[in-house]
Ligand binder design. Structure first.
Ligand code: AMP
Length: 215
C-alpha cells in the first residue's frame, strides 16, 4: 500500500498530477477540495469560505479524510491532494496513521513560482463530475473537445475561487499555514521536491522517478 501526500501552492497543477499518478499505479485520488465542493452544495458556510479562499475547520477536514480512507477498497494506496494543509492537520493525521500502524511513503512537494501559479489560475477549467482539471491556455492541457471532460464527458466550468483576488488570499494562506509542513516532513525524512515550473509531462516524469526509486 503506497501512501502519498502532494503539497503545492494553489493552482500549481497538483490535482492534475495526482490524477495521472493515481491512474498509473492504481491509487485513489483523495482531494479535500473535491470532497468539500460536494459538501458546499448543501452548506453555504463552506461554500462562502471556499469562495473567499479561507480554510475550512480542521475537524470537518479530518472527519472527511478519515471516512474516505476507511472506505477505500481494492486500490494500491492513495494520494492526498490538498491535505494536510496546516501543522494541526498533519499531526492529527500522523496520529490516525499510527493508530493503524501505517506511515506515509512519499511527501511530494511541487515547487511552483507564484507568478506561474497565478497564470495557471486564469485558464483553469474544472470538471464538476470527476474533478479533472484542464487549461484553456496551455496546449498540452486543453480538453480534446472544447469545455468537455476527456475522462467522463461532463461539462467543464471555471471554479468560483479561481480569480485573481481569491488567488492572493489562497496563496497567503499557503505561505503562512502550509509551507511550514515542508520542514515538518523533512524532519520525518520523506519529503521529495519536484520542479513544478516545467510542463505537465516533465512534472509527472519527475514524480514517477521518485516513486520508481531514481531520486
Ligand atoms: P483545492 O481544491 O485544494 O484548491 O481547495 C479548494 C479550497 O477548499 C481551499 O481554498 C480551502 O478553502 C478548502 N480546503 C481544501 N482542503 C482543505 C484543507 N485540508 N483544510 C482546510 N481547507 C481546505
Amino acid at each position: 500500500m503506497k501512501r502519498m501526500i502532494f503539497i503545492a501552492p494553489p493552482a500549481a497543477g497538483k490535482g492534475t498530477q495526482a490524477k495521472l499518478i493515481c491512474d498509473l499505479y492504481n491509487l485513489e485520488h483523495i482531494s479535500t477540495g473535491d470532497l468539500l465542493r460536494i459538501e458546499a452544495e448543501n452548506n453555504v458556510e463552506i461554500k462562502n469560505k471556499m469562495n473567499a479562499g479561507e480554510f475550512i475547520g480542521d475537524d470537518i477536514i479530518l472527519s472527511l479524510i478519515e471516512n474516505k480512507i476507511n472506505s477505500l477498497n481494492g486500490v494500491n494506496g492513495y494520494i492526498l491532494d490538498g491535505f494536510p494543509r496546516n501543522i494541526t492537520q498533519a499531526k492529527s493525521f500522523d496520529k490516525m496513521l499510527a493508530r493503524n500502524n501505517q506511515k506515509i511513503d512519499y511527501v511530494i512537494y511541487i515547487d511552483v513560482d507564484k507568478e506561474v501559479a497565478k497564470n495557471r489560475v486564469t485558464g483553469r477549467l474544472y470538471c464538476t463530475n470527476c474533478g479533472s482539471t484542464y487549461s484553456e491556455l496551455v496546449e498540452e492541457n486543453k480538453p480534446q473537445i472544447e469545455n468537455v471532460c476527456d475522462r467522463c464527458h461532463s461539462n467543464l466550468v471555471k471554479r468560483e475561487d479561481d480569480n485573481a483576488a481569491t488567488f492572493e488570499n489562497r496563496f497567503d494562506k499557503y505561505m503562512s499555514l502550509t509551507v511550514p509542513l515542508l520542514d515538518y516532513y523533512k524532519e520525518q525524512n520523506n519529503l521529495y521536491c519536484v520542479n513544478g515550473n516545467q510542463n505537465s509531462s516533465g512534472v509527472s516524469m519527475a514524480i514517477k522517478n521518485i516513486i520508481e526509486g531514481e531520486k
